[in-house]
Design a protein around this ligand. Structure first.
Ligand SMILES: NC(=O)C[C@H](N)C(=O)O
Length: 330
């Protein structure tokens, strides 16, 4: 039986302030509307889950409401060091990049690593050189830096100077856990996409600037397979977001897929259980979006909020708060 194609995206988990909610919701809908043609072509042709996840992430990389590409979180030196990964679940091919800068679409560099090299993961100056050799444009220094990202870094430094907790950096700092009751600013959050096409091909893409105030050279969960991204047509696909150090130590994407594969759990049960177990054990919070091999969706987060949206049967379903979902026509 043919599978119903689905495109599911997230726009990051964390302590998303009320002021940033509308921009994220609009940005996700825009992303889905621009990418769905790749999964369900209007001419009735064959769609590609890989093209769809890349297009969805590229849209959010251009949008300063999200922490990826333009609008990425800044490291302590005020630089946007970005990273991304992409994977397809047929032959388990993947491409990952980290510590690149001033390139608008890290997700496409990751795809080039997958398709044009014999390697899976390139980092730092080698990844930057690879991207430029492939024709990607290196924009002027600081082109990805926004005023909001600068403000978030300043706020991080102020907190540090006051001796306040900065372990769970701004994209992740839950107001409840914070010693400040109301965080004044927040830079956007990591973006990700999971899609399944009619043939059951699953693809996943995730892209980020990491966390505000990270040390230069810090690598998070997003470019790591099994942590930020994983796709296997036999089981499912997952993209995660949240506190990277927590997610990578827990292997969140793999934990979710293991529950589906060995624990006979639905995508929703697996996503919810693994996120809860991670936060119970390691305190840091996060969330994930999952599509299993049957085409069922799982969405859950332990952070205050997570922006998510998906297209199914010609409708967009989306939300950002627990126990609240909206829908509208595609
Ligand atoms: N907001 C995020 O999802 C950040 C990302 N997981 C990181 O820690 O690098």
């Amino acid at each position: 039986m043919p599978i119903e194609p689905i495109l599911l995206i997230h726009g990051g988990a964390g302590d998303i302030t009320d002021a940033r909610v509308p921009g994220k919701l609009e940005g996700m809908k825009k992303s889905l509307r621009s990418a769905i043609e790749h999964l369900i072509p209007a001419n009735g042709g064959e769609g590609s889950s890989l093209d769809a996840v890349e297009a969805a992430v590229r849209s959010m990389e251009c949008d300063e409401n999200f922490n990826a590409g333009y609008g990425a979180c800044l490291n302590l030196d005020g630089k946007a060091e970005v990273e991304a990964s992409i994977m397809e679940g047929d032959k388990l091919r993947a491409g990952c990049v980290t510590l690149i800068h001033d390139i608008m679409h890290p997700i496409s560099v990751a795809r080039y690593v997958m398709q044009k090299t014999h390697h899976t993961f390139l980092g730092g100056s080698a990844a930057q050189k690879f991207a430029l050799d492939q024709g990607f444009e290196q924009m002027a220094d600081g082109s990805l830096v926004t005023d909001d990202a600068r403000r978030a870094l300043q706020e991080f430094k102020d907190r540090q100077a006051k001796g306040l907790d900065t372990i769970f950096a701004r994209t992740e700092l839950d107001a409840e856990k914070s010693q400040d009751k109301e965080p004044v600013g927040e830079s956007g959050s990591t973006v990700g996409a999971v899609a399944i096409d009619t043939k059951g091909n699953i693809a996943v893409a995730t892209s980020t600037g990491g966390i505000t105030g990270k040390v230069s050279g810090r690598i998070g969960d997003t470019p790591l397979l099994g942590c930020g991204t994983y796709a296997d047509n036999q089981i499912g696909g997952v993209s995660t977001t949240g506190h990277g150090e927590t997610i990578m130590r827990f292997n969140l994407a793999q934990k979710i897929l293991a529950k589906i594969q060995y624990g006979n759990k639905t995508a929703q049960q697996a996503t919810e259980e693994a996120c809860k177990e991670m936060t119970e054990r390691l305190v840091g919070t996060g969330g994930a979006i999952t599509i299993d091999a049957k085409g069922q969706v799982g969405i859950y987060w332990t952070s205050k909020r997570m922006a998510y949206a998906y297209v199914k049967s010609g409708k967009i379903f989306y939300g950002i708060n627990h126990n609240e979902q909206f829908e509208e026509e595609l």
